[in-house]
Ligand binder design. Structure first.
Ligand code: GLN
Length: 421
């Protein structure tokens, strides 16, 4: 049995839908009625939700069979799936290496053929990173395209549920099933709801202007950058117009992202106190002690680090200095992206600046670990859609290319990715 799954299931959807014969793996932070949903945490190791997330209802209606709940970094906090309480998942391409994260189990299940398709969630790259590291396709939808009802929140203002699949067209077919407004998630929007995304995977790149995000290419490992540049040159030969685009704000994205993500996490994770949610540490007359014991036992060290830093960034006296500054940076990044889309139809970069590290390798230095997210987090800060598509290999390891589109421009990124594929 592979290490991609935390729980194996066999939940059959109603027949006759577009996903009738498809086996789907689901990240373990998406609520499944009657099937345990752990978020990769000891805190929720025995938690069984009493309802389905909207995306699960839609999968069932489409006829899919859910084959299991997949391993992930604890509460989505990580880039390698190593912070899971259940242990790491390995990369099916090279078992000594990480599959990426935080949706590492979902990407590994697809890459190993243990599922036809998978759902992940992407707060700062968690669908695109494991897609790139495992050599599959991953889509991070525009904020508001896919319902978050039933998703256990890490950082609400940044995250979306997104598909993982072996091909661009299959990822787009899964997006067709899960996209669209939901009255139970007030942040969903009606744009794009009736669109047939799969039909955009038509490989037609002629006349498309691709803006290459040079800051993100220059920051990447040379081997990764070389593969990416070869693919872009091929697209140019096939009729795409290539433009180099520099965005000064991107250098600040990782810092802004981690302040915002940790702040939102510290607030979201307050509910895990052993009373409302989570394992109990026992009550001996003092509630503060009881909460502290539950959180001490239930959370791993990365989650504790983030709750502490997030609480600090939001506290009186530091709020302006950290949280508000990060929000200003977020607005600047959005403005620069808007301006870039006046010059290009889609923007492109390597998905990850590095090749998949060996297990344990990236954990030594938290800041280095966070810097692996440099190319993916700007997209979440700007609420935009993006896709990671396999672009080739370097030293036998997969390299992913990322295309970013304007808000609700999923069709443009799907089209560009299908051409590269
Ligand atoms: N690696 C990023 C983080 O740890 C993104 C994770 C995610 O998208 N869930 O926050």
């Amino acid at each position: 049995m592979s290490d991609a799954f935390i729980t194996r299931t066999e939940i059959d959807g109603d027949a006759d839908g577009p996903l009738d014969d498809q086996r789907i793996a689901v990240k373990d932070n998406i609520s499944t009625d009657g099937t345990r949903t752990t978020c990769g945490s000891a805190m929720l190791a025995e938690y069984v939700p009493p309802y389905d997330a909207t995306v699960i209802e839609r999968l069932k209606r489409a006829g899919a069979t859910i084959v299991g709940k997949t391993n992930m970094d604890e509460f989505g906090m990580g880039t390698t799936t190593e912070s899971s309480h259940f242990g790491p998942t390995t990369n099916p391409i090279d078992e000594e290496r990480v599959p990426g994260g935080s949706s590492g189990g979902s990407a590994a299940a697809v890459a190993a053929g243990e599922a036809d398709l998978a759902l992940g969630t992407d707060t700062g790259g968690s669908v695109r990173c494991p897609a790139a590291f495992c050599g599959v396709v991953g889509i991070k939808p525009t904020y508001g395209l896919v319902s978050r009802y039933g998703l256990v929140a890490y950082a609400n203002s940044l995250e979306q549920v997104g598909p993982l699949a072996p091909t661009v067209e299959k990822a787009a077919e899964l997006l067709d099933v899960i996209a669209g407004p939901d009255e139970r998630d007030a942040t969903t929007r009606s744009e794009g709801a009736d669109t047939n995304y799969a039909s955009a995977a038509d490989c037609d790149i002629d006349g498309t202007t691709i803006g290459v995000l040079t800051d993100l290419v220059d920051g990447a490992d040379e081997r990764v950058a070389a593969v990416f540049e070869e693919r872009i040159a091929e697209l140019e030969e096939r009729g795409a117009e290539i433009r180099e685009i520099e965005l000064d704000s991107l250098a600040h994205a990782v810092r802004a992202y981690y302040v915002i993500a940790m702040s939102e996490a510290s607030s979201n994770l307050a509910r895990f106190d052993g009373v409302r949610y989570g394992i109990s540490g026992g009550f001996d007359g003092d509630w503060n002690d009881a909460f502290a014991r539950a959180r001490e036992a239930g959370f791993g060290s990365e989650v504790k680090r983030r709750v502490l830093l997030g609480t600090y960034a939001l506290s009186a006296g530091y709020h302006d200095k950290y949280y508000e500054k990060a929000q200003d940076t977020r607005a600047w990044i959005k403005q620069e992206f808007d301006a870039a889309f006046e010059q290009a139809d889609v923007l492109a970069s390597p998905t990850m600046p590095v090749l998949p590290p060996k297990l344990g390798e990236s954990l030594e230095e938290p800041l280095q670990h966070y810097l692996m997210d440099a190319n993916t987090v700007p997209v979440n800060l700007a609420d935009l859609p993006a896709i990671s598509v396999p672009a080739g290999t370097a030293d036998g390891l997969p390299v992913g290319a990322q295309f970013v589109g304007p808000a609700f421009g999923e069709r443009a990124v799907i089209r560009a990715a299908s051409a590269l594929e």
